[in-house]
Design a protein around this ligand. Sequence first.
Ligand code: ADP
Ligand code: MG
Length: 289
Amino acid sequence: MTDPVSDPVHDQHKVGHLLDAALLHEQVAAESAGATELVLEASEVHKRYGRTEVLRGVSFGVKRGDVKAILGPSGSGKSTLLRCLALLEPVDAGEVRLDGRRIGVKGASGGMVTPLPERLLAKQRSDIGMVFQRFNLFPHLTALGNVMLGLVEVRGRKKAEAHEIAEQMLIRVGLGERKQFYPSELSGGQQQRVAIARALVMNPKVMLFDEPTSALDPELVGEVLAVMEELAREGMTMVVVTHEMEFARRAANGVLMMDAGVVLEEGTPDEIFTRPQNERTKRFVEALA
Ligand code: ADP
Ligand code: MG
C-alpha cells in the first residue's frame, strides 16, 4: 500500500467519523420527528427449530444507554432471542435493527430478503458484543490473546496496537495481572471477565449477556456483576438475561418477562418486581425472591 491515506486503520477512523456524522444527522432528524433513539430493535421476531416455535413474535426496543434485564423460565426462548439479536441464528420472520438499520439480511424492508453472505454477517456481528453463560474462551490462547483476537482478525488492527488496547481493557476488568494466564489457570469469574473484555474491545453498540453468572460458584458472582454494573453506570447499552434480581434492580431501567416465546410483560424493575400485572410474572418473581 503506497498511499498513506488508504491505510486501513486510518480509513476506518475516517469512515467512523463519517458514520458518526451521518448517525448524528439521522438522530437529530429522528428526534425532531418525535421518535426515540433505538440502538437495537426487535420487531415480531419468529424462530422455530423443526416443529417447535421457540420465538412467537418478540418485539422490544433498546435505547442508547438502556440496561434491559430479561427474565423467564427455562426454555422460554431467552437464549434463542439473544442469539438471533447477535446474528448467531437467522430469524424466520420479523426484523432486527441496529441503529435503525435492518441487520442479518439484504434486501429492502418489506420486500424480498435473503441472508447476508458470511463475510458481511461477521462484520455486522462485530458491532454486537455477546457474553455467554459458559465464557467460550479459546483454551490455547492467554487472556490477552483471547481479548486481542477480534481486534486483529476482524478489525484489522496491527498486533502492537491490539495488544495495547487489550491490555488496557484487562486492567479495566481487574485482570491486568493475569493477562498471560490461560483460561484453565483462571477462575470462572476471571474467565467471564476476560470474555467481557473480549467483547468490549470491539467497541460494540450494544452488549448482550446470556445468564453471565449462572455457571459460577456463588462467591464469584459478585466480581462479574460489579464489572457489569460499572459498565451500566458508564452508559453502555446492555441487554442482560439474568435472574439476579438485586442486580436488575440496581442496574436495569427496564425488565422484560418472557414466557413460551413471547414477552409477557415489560416495565421498570419496580413495576415487574413489586407489582407485576401478569399472574405468571407474579409467580415467577415470587419464586426468585
Ligand atoms: P431459555 O434460554 O429461555 O432457557 P432457549 O432459547 O435455550 O430457552 O430454548 C428455547 C426452546 O428452544 C427450548 O425448548 C429448546 O429445547 C429449544 N432449542 C433451543 N436451541 C435449539 C436448537 N439449536 N435446536 C433445537 N431446539 C432448540
Ligand atoms: Mg438460556
